[in-house]
Write a protein that binds this ligand. Sequence first.
Ligand code: F0G
Length: 460
Amino acid sequence: MTEPTFRTIIEPFRIHSVEPLRMTTREQRRTAVTDAGYNLFKVKAQDVLIDLLTDSGTGAMSRDQWAAIQHGDESYAGSPSYFLFRDAVRNLFPFEHVIPTHQGRAAERIIFSVLAGPGKVVPNNTHFDTTRANVEYTGAQAVDLVIAEGRDPVADHPFKGNMDIDALDALLRERGDDVPVVFMTITNNSGGGQPVSLANLHAVREVCDAHSKMLFLDACRFAENAWFIREREAGQGERDVVDIIREMASLADGMTMSAKKDPMGNIGGWLAMDDDELAQQCRNLLILTEGFPTYGGLAGRDLEALAQGLREVVDHDYLRYRIRSTAYLGDALQRAGVPVLTPVGGHAVYLDARALLPHIPPLEYPGQALAVALYEAGGVRSCEIGSVMFGRQPDGSEVPAALELVRLAIPRRTYTQSHIDYVIEVCEHVARGAEALTGYRLVDEPPALRHFTATFEPIT
Ligand code: F0G
């Protein structure tokens, strides 16, 4: 019998436990955001209706993950929960050493403390903000070498996260001695949640081999990346995503990971690699600040939840729903004439604030203005990914970021289609009044990662 096909791709789960949302008035939201110095990171979560600040650690765990938590073994050393976790990681990424950390940036701090340092250069397709900060904190330089299409918000390319192979080769020719490792971020978060193709990963591997360099993956959204490969790359459409993930892993020498993304955890991360000596150095640092190597800053129950999450994220029904539901938001906004980065990425829709607010100069932070307006209008919390996040240079100067984006990140398995329909309406409402929005100036900022804690005032 032939299977009937239906247009609607539904959430492949039903709701088992609910969290109430708190409705607020525009007046309350205006007060909340003013008190927060116009920084949405400083707004209290109960004052937010739909929280699209991040997809990191904010997803819903499954029944089976909550059940796994009861299996958590909290032994300081050699917990069975660690071995379960390690084997779940190795099932996808068969690296010799799997080192748990409390989240991704802890893995970054450890690996760059060991490998980077003054005079060193670390290339990446695009560094995420904490990755860049951890490279720069050691005194090294973080260089982004994404393909030109990846810097153009509307260029049509199936793999806008790809590395510019010629640029990587040129950097390694010029500065090879100073490059300790090459990184690839899959999917490319700061570039719009855009995937990297298998062909590009193979090409990066070849360049790394030619220059005897290690290749590491920043693999937070590896399953979403693999699903895009399955959908978009020639010859991949029949493969199981697990095979695709293993092929990606086989091209790398190691990885850093935030388990708060595709592994479906509320907390967690890891560092993995094959090199014994490098692993030993990393473990030494781990013990100093994260914990013993079989828990690394996590509870046994966290490790259990992650092991289960790693099984769930490679489910094709889940990934089909996940990627489609993000596209649903992006497609609706495009139809409504709200400028978005295209093609739509995996975990988020990125609004193009530069296109929507051409009257606000980059250093008056159009993305910040748009994010604040979305919150004020409808209680939707988003995240500026533009000159606030990336404008301040290590030498203290300020330059406009390549793109002025506002990210609507979709927590995994958390919001329904009607929540997203509401978000679409809020965005349309704000876009209609875009001409009246004004820019912001900084009131104060910390020396690094300023977007988390800086405060602003509107330019009137
Ligand atoms: N790398 C990438 C590509 C990320 O997106 C993140 C986190 C990290 C590393 C750091 O991991 O948060 O566990 O320390 N991204 C979150 C976000 C915070 O909102 O995109 P972490």
